[in-house]
Design a protein around this ligand. Structure first.
Ligand SMILES: *[C@@H]1O[C@H](CO)[C@@H](O)[C@H](O)[C@H]1NC(C)=O
Ligand SMILES: *[C@@H]1O[C@H](CO)[C@@H](O)[C@H](O)[C@H]1NC(C)=O
Ligand SMILES: *[C@@H]1O[C@H](CO)[C@@H](O)[C@H](O)[C@H]1NC(C)=O
Ligand SMILES: *[C@@H]1O[C@H](CO)[C@@H](O)[C@H](O)[C@H]1NC(C)=O
Ligand SMILES: *[C@@H]1O[C@H](CO)[C@@H](O)[C@H](O)[C@H]1NC(C)=O
Ligand SMILES: *[C@@H]1O[C@H](CO)[C@@H](O)[C@H](O)[C@H]1NC(C)=O
Ligand SMILES: *[C@@H]1O[C@H](CO)[C@@H](O)[C@H](O)[C@H]1NC(C)=O
Ligand SMILES: *[C@@H]1O[C@H](CO)[C@@H](O)[C@H](O)[C@H]1NC(C)=O
Ligand SMILES: *[C@@H]1O[C@H](CO)[C@@H](O)[C@H](O)[C@H]1NC(C)=O
Ligand SMILES: *[C@@H]1O[C@H](CO)[C@@H](O)[C@H](O)[C@H]1NC(C)=O
Ligand SMILES: *[C@@H]1O[C@H](CO)[C@@H](O)[C@H](O)[C@H]1NC(C)=O
Ligand SMILES: *[C@@H]1O[C@H](CO)[C@@H](O)[C@H](O)[C@H]1NC(C)=O
Length: 539
């Protein structure tokens, strides 16, 4: 039960946790998971809660996961959440953590964090002594709904607000209140981690609800939501198909393009390793891989394919501008364009995504069911997504309130991302740096860019994971004031469960330049790289 004494002794703890060195003793809390059925939220103010399921899970002394309470329920009747709390106070560090979702969400992922490449996520969090939580962002997918289904949003502003920010915020409010209810003392620090839609959730939390989280890890954030879903994806859907809907590029063509881009630009970073760094500097024309006479493989077989590929690297234009959006797909991201390939596991996936998002979620008044990507009016429609963008987004630049209260943000992106193109996050960071100066920015917000990494921390084919313990890094920054000056990414083969290599990264405006004489795959390779300043770039 809530201890009033805790409030008397630590009156500011709940609000200014990030600035104070708090040292609570939770060890007197013994297991009482069942009491959580009586939890109703933060006194019914912002996050009225109904707990539906509570299960006590005993400690696993093989994996070191402590005993915990697994809790399910609803906030406000809409948002379904899942929480895992260490059952005994001695196993709780005082930290709370929430994770983001992907695509249109509609699923609960307590044991899988989108992008973490792990099925043991809540266990990892529990082993740190943190509370783990996730939520479905306000709707539950049915049998035929996927991360690319946006029909829940149709004519339903409530669902759109929940997806935009409300579910994320209410989960923070509810989770902190539940911890206090259970342990009798307030949460010391709170953390958020998310990628893609989760990355947007992370930035929205920092901008709109700057008191919710002390430390945030944001990957390849889907900013700006409507520009990506209803402008860039519609453009790509058109570029990759004929008028009749038949797709122009095949997986084999994407492999050809990727090989051509790597050949043209691999040495950008001083090392020929099959990975393109600083992809915006890469100049590659698909015409270079058009089949020559008698050549039948490893090349593009028609000018239709060349022109489609050129368009895929390009920008939509209209009667006002050559660049309706400021961001394009970069060389090195081709393999992940598979959602636009004719022989992808689900052909037309990208077209469906673009269409579903456009008709259900991008405009103030939803488009008719009969609307198709061919109906896009480039002169008018790009200027009509602002109403919904204002709901999904916020001013993410500089994040003044979050910064002022001591919040810390680790932000990262793969150059090879063929879903959320690197330029969206790169531009945001650069705009913020221009606004308040890179030194002021780096005091609380650092941005790391990795060559080749595709969406969700994986290779395009999902067999290689880019790994570093971001939780260690963010915890050290928030709790000890130690900022990540350099981090080391381990590329990990998920099939053989072996390390491929290690490489150090420095935050923007630095990139890694190779000075060694041959990679060994061992940790000692890290010494062979040096930080150099990146040159100014467009994208
Ligand atoms: C819930 O609260 C009621 C009323 O205060 C109490 O009688 C009951 O024992 C509590 N249940 C649990 C599981 O704590
Ligand atoms: C919660 O409990 C209900 C009823 O016992 C059950 O049908 C449901 O599967 C449970 N949900 C979870 C997520 O465990
Ligand atoms: C593992 O846990 C069980 C049940 O809690 C306990 O009986 C056993 O002694 C533990 N084993 C070790 C090696 O700690
Ligand atoms: C899912 O789609 C299949 C095939 O289109 C259809 O037969 C089925 O009724 C759908 N199920 C639901 C629950 O909508
Ligand atoms: C919006 O969606 C929610 C959840 O599915 C539903 O309860 C509500 O009735 C919907 N509102 C409208 C206006 O359709
Ligand atoms: C989102 O993109 C649209 C279209 O490019 C633009 O008008 C708008 O300013 C952007 N909003 C944000 C928050 O980036
Ligand atoms: C679609 O159009 C392309 C280009 O004109 C043509 O090659 C293809 O056969 C057409 N596909 C269908 C199914 O009509
Ligand atoms: C293509 O093949 C034909 C027949 O083998 C040969 O005569 C011609 O020289 C080849 N062309 C090129 C460009 O290699
Ligand atoms: C572009 O097209 C729109 C829609 O037809 C029109 O309103 C606008 O005046 C045009 N702008 C220019 C610069 O031609
Ligand atoms: C998967 O992707 C990685 C990184 O791009 C590559 O090295 C590997 O060969 C690919 N594996 C397959 C089976 O295509
Ligand atoms: C990963 O391991 C598998 C199985 O040993 C191997 O076939 C594959 O080439 C490896 N991938 C990379 C990128 O090293
Ligand atoms: C990158 O390292 C190479 C040595 O591998 C060196 O020649 C080159 O000058 C370095 N580039 C920069 C910009 O410092």
């Amino acid at each position: 039960m809530k201890s009033l004494l805790a409030f008397a002794v630590f009156p500011l703890a709940a609000v200014y946790a990030a600035c104070t060195d708090l040292d609570f003793d939770y060890s007197d809390v013994t297991e009482h998971c069942g009491d959580l059925f009586n939890f109703t939220g933060d006194a019914g103010l912002e996050a009225p809660t109904v707990v539906t399921n509570v299960t006590y899970i005993p400690a696993d002394n093989e994996t070191d996961v402590p005993a915990y309470c697994e809790v399910y329920g609803y906030i406000d009747g809409y948002t379904k959440f899942a929480l895992a709390l260490p059952a005994e106070g001695k196993d709780w560090s005082g930290n709370f953590q929430s994770q983001g979702c992907g695509g249109s969400c509609g699923i609960l992922g307590l044991y899988y964090v989108y992008g973490y490449g792990s099925l043991g996520w809540a266990y990892d969090i529990l082993k740190r002594g943190w509370i783990a939580s996730s939520n479905d962002m306000g709707h539950e997918n049915g049998a035929n709904d996927t991360l690319s289904t946006w029909s829940f949003f149709r004519n339903n502003r409530t669902e759109e607000y929940l997806f935009a920010s409300l579910s994320t915020h209410q989960t923070a409010v509810m989770g902190k209140a539940m911890a206090e209810f259970y342990y009798g003392k307030p949460v010391k620090r709170s953390y958020f981690r998310g990628g893609s839609t989760g990355g947007r959730q992370a930035l929205v939390a920092a901008a709109r609800y700057p008191h919710d989280y002390d430390g945030i890890i944001a990957g390849y954030a889907a900013i700006n939501e409507t520009a990506i879903g209803a402008i860039q994806f519609v453009y790509l859907a058109q570029a990759s198909t004929y008028e009749n809907g038949t797709q122009i590029l095949y997986q084999e063509d994407l492999r050809t393009l990727n090989a051509g881009a790597i050949k043209a630009c691999d040495a950008n970073d001083g090392l020929v390793d099959g990975m393109i760094d600083l992809a915006y500097e890469c100049v590659f024309d698909p015409l270079d891989v058009l089949c020559t006479a008698n050549q039948t493989s490893g090349c593009l077989s028609s000018m239709d394919k060349v022109n489609a590929a050129r368009a895929m690297y390009g920008y939509p234009s209209n009667n006002v501008t050559d660049k309706v959006i400021p961001v394009a797909y970069l060389p090195g991201s081709e393999l992940e364009w598979s959602m636009w390939a004719a022989d992808y596991a689900s052909p037309n996936y990208g077209v469906h995504f673009a269409q579903n998002f456009s008709i259900n979620a991008a405009y103030q008044k939803d488009l008719p069911w009969t609307w198709t990507i061919r109906d896009q009016d480039w002169d008018t429609m790009p200027y009509e997504t602002g109403f919904m963008e204002d709901i999904y987004s916020a001013d993410f630049t500089a994040l003044n309130v979050f910064r002022a209260r001591g919040g810390k943000l680790i932000h990262y992106q793969g150059w090879g991302d063929g879903n959320v193109a690197a330029g969206w996050n790169y531009n945001l960071y650069k705009t913020s740096a221009d606004l308040i100066g890179i030194d002021n920015l780096a005091d609380f917000h650092r941005f790391f860019l990795y060559p080749q990494m595709a969406h969700i921390d994986l290779s395009d084919n999902s067999t290689v994971a880019w790994r570093v313990d971001y939780y260690d890094l963010i915890e050290d920054w928030v709790e000890n004031g130690v900022a990540p000056d350099k981090l080391v990414i381990e590329r990990y083969n998920l099939t053989s469960e072996e390390t491929i290599d290690y490489r150090p990264y420095w935050p923007y405006p630095y990139t890694s330049n190779y000075t060694g004489s041959g990679l060994t795959g061992n940790y000692s390779d890290v010494e062979d790289w040096e930080p150099i300043l990146v040159s100014e770039c467009e994208n």
